[in-house]
Write a protein that binds this ligand. Sequence first.
Ligand code: DQA
Length: 144
Amino acid sequence: AEIMILNGPNLNLLGKRQPEIYGSETLSDVESVCATLAGESGHAVRFHQSNREYQIIDWIHEARETCAAIVINPAAFTHTSVAILDALNAFEGLVFEVHISNVHRRESFRHHSYVSGRADGVIAGLGVEGYEAAVRRVCSLLAN
Ligand code: DQA
């Protein structure tokens, strides 16, 4: 099956942006690790990043037709976007929400997520390994 991995605003700067919070690995490092991991279970990933909310919504709509699961780090849209929640509610597959940092130890405006109520699982504070954890979980659920 195909797994869509979506990344929200500013994550194109991963590795350069606040490395003390987000680490030094880049988003393309994350993409290769996830592609390899999914490939070991016979799955493929569609990996995307955008700074634009409508683009993320359009990819979620595309996933309705093409993907069994979505792994999403909505970044700042986590805390603001009812539109991304609505798009995810229109998707019938698995949804995992990933945050690189532990949002609960940060500013209070990061404590609420619009997406978590739709997610099958939420991962925060595992660094970029959170993406791998989500992909592993998707692969094990798809195997059953
Ligand atoms: C983030 C946490 C968000 O609060 C923040 O706006 C981000 C990244 C994370 O991966 O830790 O851009 O989603």
